[in-house]
Design a protein around this ligand. Structure first.
Ligand SMILES: *Cc1c(COP(=O)(O)O)cnc(C)c1O
Length: 417
């Protein structure tokens, strides 16, 4: 290679990693964000892969397998229709919105206006975060459970909100303790986020709890944001409650749902929000300035998913329940007693006493190549736990447990001194 080429190649390499000049600086709202834990975990996973380790990734809530066949077929057909290739309507197609409101009628006997009380989203993460931008001013007090799904606190953080964490505890079945919220904080609070069945704790909430939350929010004039993302992933006959079933909730709240989990459509990016039309209008106004909505072919596919016969839902439930039971049984042999989760696609597992959740997750990754998520990724209230996603078949889960056993990773209960 002659010298000129060497210099040229060198300068290209240099450019690809060039630092910015020092007068370009990121906005405070970006600087204030703690690293996204999944991004950090990705780094470590990449390093492990470079070393040739066969990773068993039970870290992210990313369902394994593809979307149901009728959904794929609907998408293919929709792809061949020319008019689907243009910009979709901002507010989603009328027929997808009707499929959403029909789904609520069928599942919860809740009546919704498909024009004003339902809005399709590019995944619920997008909607949750933009809702925060549409409603939270810098300094506004926002009530967010800890642990919780990261967009529930990162959205408010980006908006400059002041987060008052509601620390959840095992002794209270991971339910929000409304009586622990100081009067002063409750009076100032603008929004309360919550999520049952819960990621990451897997906790479910009885209907009475929803009634208490609605009464509390009405009393203190707090807007409610409920995330019902695990609406269908419930087991043993348990049927999750929708916020909108509670009388008076629709005047003060909205509820998010997604196609990502139940229908294995996480990569398609489609979800929706329903509830109070004024609240939804604020989000719609912001979004018309940010995006052009969801590819029409994906909306057609999502519509098909929401209309799938119950037998499909039952198969999905059986799959996760089977994995749940298998892992709980295998973990019991390693000393872990994990109460069976009534819903979601996770196990919420206490770390051996004395180890913090990041150290424990990293230790497991290094010794076994099994990826679990440290509980503190979901907020300080998740410390002492790791979340295991049930996103591999029995064989792979069995292999994960074998490796833990081989590495001598067991649950060490508290030693009394
Ligand atoms: C997985 C998950 C979602 C889904 O997010 P999408 O952006 O719709 O893929 C929403 N909420 C919770 C609590 C989740 O665990």
């Amino acid at each position: 290679m002659n010298a000129t080429i060497v210099v040229y190649v060198h300068s290209c390499l240099y450019q690809s990693v060039a630092m910015s000049v020092n007068w370009i600086s990121r906005a405070d709202r970006v600087k204030a964000l703690p690293t996204y834990v999944f991004a950090r975990l990705d780094e470590l996973k990449a390093r492990a892969r470079e070393q040739g380790i066969d990773l068993i990734d039970l870290g992210m809530g990313n369902p394994d397998g593809s979307a149901p066949e009728p959904v794929i077929q609907a998408a293919i057909e929709a792809l061949s229709i020319g008019q689907n290739h243009g910009y979709p309507p901002f507010e989603g197609t009328a027929s997808f919105r009707r499929a959403i409101t029909n789904w609520y009628k069928r599942g919860y006997n809740v009546d919704l206006n498909s024009d004003s009380e339902a809005l399709p989203l590019l995944g619920s993460k997008e909607g949750l975060t933009h809702l925060a931008l549409a409603y939270i001013n810098p300094g506004d007090v926002v009530l967010v459970p800890s642990p919780s799904y990261p967009p529930h606190f990162r959205g408010p953080l980006i908006a400059g909100g002041k987060i008052h964490p509601l620390i959840l505890k095992a002794e209270q079945n991971w339910l929000i303790d409304l009586s622990a919220i100081p009067e002063e904080v409750a009076r100032q609070a603008k929004i309360l986020y919550f999520n049952y069945p819960s990621n990451p704790t897997t906790a479910t909430a009885p209907r009475e709890f929803f009634e208490e939350v609605v009464a509390f929010a009405r009393h203190y004039e707090i807007m409610l944001v409920h995330d019902l993302c695990y609406a269908e992933l419930a087991f043993d006959g348990y049927q999750p409650t929708s916020l909108l079933e509670i009388p008076g909730a629709k005047e003060i709240g909205v509820e998010f749902h997604t196609l990502s989990k139940t229908y294995n459509m996480a990569g398609w990016r489609v979800g929706f929000v329903v509830g109070n039309s004024d609240i939804i209008q604020g989000l719609r106004t912001l979004k018309t300035n940010l995006d052009y909505g969801i590819f029409a072919a994906i909306q057609t596919a999502a519509e098909t998913a929401l209309q799938l016969p119950d037998i499909y839902i039952k198969q999905v439930q059986d799959r996760y329940r089977d994995r749940r039971d298998f892992l709980i049984q295998e973990f019991a042999r390693l000393g872990w007693k994990i109460p069976p989760s009534k819903a979601t696609m996770y196990l919420w597992v206490p770390c051996p006493v004395g180890s913090n959740s990041t150290d424990f997750a990293l230790d497991v990754l290094e010794k076994t190549g099994v990826v679990v998520t440290p509980g503190n990724a979901f907020g300080e209230g998740g410390e002492g736990y790791v979340r295991i996603s049930l996103i591999a078949d029995r064989d792979r889960l069995g292999e994960a447990v074998r490796r833990l056993k081989q590495a001598g990773i067991r649950y060490q209960p508290e030693v009394l001194v």
